[in-house]
Design a binder for this molecule. Sequence first.
Ligand SMILES: C[S@@+](CC[C@H](N)C(=O)[O-])C[C@H]1O[C@@H](n2cnc3c(N)ncnc32)[C@H](O)[C@@H]1O
Length: 271
Amino acid sequence: MELQSFRRLAHSRFGIVLPDNAESFLQSRLRGLMERAGYRDLERLLQAAETDEGGDLFIDIVEQLSTNHSYFYREPAHFEFLSSVALPEIDERLRRQRSRDIRIWSAAAAAGEEAYSIAMAMRTFFGAHYKDLDAGVLATDIAKRSLHRGAEGVYRTESFRHIPQHWRDSYVEPAGEDSYRVVKLVRDDVMFRWLNLIGPLSALRGGFHVIFCRNVMIYFDGPTRERLVQSLARLLAPGGYLFIGHTDDAEFARKYLDQQRPAIFRKRAEK
Ligand SMILES: C[S@@+](CC[C@H](N)C(=O)[O-])C[C@H]1O[C@@H](n2cnc3c(N)ncnc32)[C@H](O)[C@@H]1O
């Protein structure tokens, strides 16, 4: 496959826009993968990706192109808002509707640091009442290796650097040298699934009280971002919240939702 066809495919299948200097970018990003998988040069790797029926090699390549970097309690203002505004509102609504179902989605979850942080915030907020709820977090991404790591729940110590002390005491345990594991109770709160945000999102039931879609839209062009934000707005429950990254372009979120704080948007509640 030629570089240009690869560019087109990366864009049409996963929304990823490659930089102008694609060749040197790919060379440097894919060096490790080429060595691991035994391809001598970029051309051969891209050729193999083209003929790879299941598409796993193509996904492996795309995984290397977007950064999967994340950490717990990233952008603390979001978790403070979640605990002080969104969760109390959801709690109130559940009581009114006599429901126990809380629906939260971490879209582009990388290895689950964000999804687990949300689960920890929920457990802290609801306390003993949490066990009466049907509350979990759906964590999705295209990066299979990251999803796998997320399900394992083991991270380097520095990933937890920003979490509140109470979370450290309650929700993680040492797991070998310089790493910690999220405790089983919290691991069971998060469901990891492969999902392409560019593909049809019709498999999702919607009605989400909260969607985190942070630090992924930077890879997409304007029309792709707009389509995605429209879908996310549709998938939110009335009164539900969308969190995007602080450095993400907020233009479309502002167009389809009401802005509450920097990078926090709300779908209007039904009267
Ligand atoms: C920088 S991480 C963001 C992790 C987390 N949301 C955060 O803010 O810390 C970006 C993630 O977006 C994922 N990604 C890129 N394109 C995607 C797509 N088309 N569908 C779903 N996830 C995608 C990457 O695999 C990567 O894990």
